[in-house]
Design a protein around this ligand. Sequence first.
Ligand SMILES: C[S@@+](CC[C@H](N)C(=O)[O-])C[C@H]1O[C@@H](n2cnc3c(N)ncnc32)[C@H](O)[C@@H]1O
Length: 309
Amino acid sequence: MDNIFDNWRSLLEEYEKNLFSDKKDKRLQDWIQILTDLPSMRSSSVSFNNKVSVFGSWNGNDQQITNKLLLKLLPWRKGPFLIQDIFIDSEWKSDLKWTRFLDLGVNLLDKTILDVGSGNGYYAFRMLEQGAKNIICLEPNLNFYTQFLAMNHFFKVDNLRMIPERIESLKFSEHNFDVIFSMGLLYHQKDPSDHLKQLSLHLKSGGTLVIETIVIPPNHNEILTPEDRYANMPNVRFLHTEKGLDKLVEDEGFEIIGSSHPVATTIYEQRSTEWMPFRSFESAIQVNNPKLTVENLPAPSRKFLVLKK
Ligand SMILES: C[S@@+](CC[C@H](N)C(=O)[O-])C[C@H]1O[C@@H](n2cnc3c(N)ncnc32)[C@H](O)[C@@H]1O
């Protein structure tokens, strides 16, 4: 990765030397074994469009071995990926969200990008298709981090890296990035304003912040705080109306330069599959009223904001 800043370079080198550094998890040895056992593919082409794909040729029964190893990394929440004939049909059709982002016309060409809470890196691969120069992903979930390492075993891109850290755990903050993404994070934060401040600390002057989050209908008076679970998720702390979201970002000194219309999540976009066989959106909404979650709260719609500081 060329032209990357010293503090980031040191952190990247730490994780290059030792994939999991000092992280602790009882699955660590399994993950290392899976990554070690992944067969090589003689790849002839990669493509970072809707299905992030690599095509090439396998030796012997390497395809079956790969399929089995990748299934051990369940749940695959973001995708789809296509590794030759192995179609990783993830829980989310993440290409739909990415199309909504592309409609906003944000220029990623030659940009240095930070994707905070990147999941397994599906969107970061899509950023390469838009000509991004360098992308660093931050993703503390070690299973998703391992999925990224497994995918990049086949894609072999070197201007996209993932670091398994939370943004607030970084020991440095410099205004390094042209574009920062925070997609699907705001409603999980203890303090959404603080999250915006953290993101802002890494954004270059004049840089672009892309926020994607859940919004609820206007009759809810700016913010709703679920008492317990929301759409079956245990860790949703705040839900904003569009007005509440605008106020939140403006209070942090951001100017809204673009936005998408709220789009309701459906079981077409988020559902259980062979690659994410646990319960999904179909069990999060009421059978007779898709406008309400099983907790009787407004069903999620998702919206993008494009911001300048
Ligand atoms: C709902 S997922 C969204 C994934 C992806 N960005 C998307 O839009 O589909 C939120 C992700 O953010 C990660 N995350 C949560 N808090 C974070 C933090 N403070 N810093 C970095 N990542 C975080 C979680 O591990 C999780 O994978």
